[in-house]
Write a protein that binds this ligand. Structure first.
Ligand code: NAD
Length: 266
């Protein structure tokens, strides 16, 4: 049976670790050639690209800071030169810089907003231009597919992290507005909102038994998520299996958004 993303090219930002890394592996397993964007550490992305190539796939690792317009443009130029076009873009790169509100510096605010929100703006704008440039796809029903990596914090407020929550709240309306604008061209834009997924971004929340027990109280399904949970969702959202799914946030969170504090009558 042909793989669901055979003959397609996927670009994933922030793919040298965590969720981006897991999504890249899942998309490659589903048959896509993958562009692995990394920010500062070349080695993990280059090693993964090498492994994918050795296993018979196609992959390239490219350095770019998603908050820099010139670097994002170059990321897409180099990808186009290597693969001829792009079918799927996963705007995943993101970070946290937590601090109590009154102590939060303007730098902490701007770093998070420029990476998590402006970074997705620049990545998605380059994606839309690239889909239009290439024109109708011969490998997918859509002209192109965009997946924004959001968070449960697009709807759950998060004290001590107003910058992060504001960036993800922003992604919610950014994604929906963009989806509405480009759907007539058959560009599908959706988000994935992960709950607690075991990566370096939230290591403090799961790397001791006490922290893990506290975290599990927020997850009705009773386990911390794995990057593979997000990878599978990304493959589905990128494939024609979800061709009628437009402007939706897919929560992959073990029920974290179900107000678990109300389980025993609040
Ligand atoms: P992570 O720290 O492992 O991965 C983030 C990646 O983004 C890193 O590879 C980092 O190098 C890259 N990055 C940061 N700034 C960048 C920049 N300016 N340009 C290019 N790349 C940059 O953490 P993760 O958990 O894998 O996070 C990935 C995404 O998932 C983020 O958008 C995060 O907000 C979101 N998310 C994660 C969780 C979770 O529980 N892990 C939950 C909800 C949402």
């Amino acid at each position: 049976m042909e793989k669901s993303l055979a003959n397609q090219v996927a670009l994933i930002t922030g793919a040298s670790s965590g969720i981006g890394y897991g999504v890249a592996i899942a998309l490659a397993d589903a048959g896509a050639a993958v562009v692995l964007n990394y920010h500062s550490h070349a080695e993990p992305g280059e090693k993964l690209a090498d492994e994918i190539e050795k296993a018979g796939g196609s992959a390239i690792a490219i350095r770019a800071d998603v908050s820099d317009p010139a670097q994002v443009a170059k990321l897409f130029d180099v990808s186009r030169a290597r693969f001829g076009g792009i079918d799927i873009v996963v705007a995943n790169a993101g970070l946290q810089k937590d601090s109590p509100f009154a102590d939060m510096t303007l730098d902490d605010w701007q770093l998070v907003l420029s990476t998590n929100l402006t970074g997705q703006f620049l990545t998605c704008q380059a994606a839309v231009k690239e889909f239009r440039r290439r024109g109708p796809s011969t490998v997918s029903k859509a002209l192109g597919k965009i997946i924004c990596m959001s968070s449960v914090h697009e709807v759950i407020p998060w004290a001590g992290r107003v910058n992060y929550a504001a960036s993800k709240g922003g992604i919610q309306m950014f994604m929906k507005s963009l989806a509405q604008e480009v759907a007539p061209e058959r560009i599908r834009v959706n988000s994935i909102a992960p709950g607690a997924i075991r990566t370096s971004i939230n290591k403090d929340a799961w790397d001791s038994q006490a922290a893990l027990d506290k975290l599990l109280q927020l997850i009705p399904y009773g386990r911390v998520g794995a990057v593979e949970d997000i990878g599978k969702a990304a493959v589905w959202l990128a494939s024609d299996e979800s061709d009628y799914v437009v402007g939706t946030t897919l929560f992959v969170d073990g029920g974290m958004t179900l107000y678990p504090g109300f389980t025993n009558n609040g």
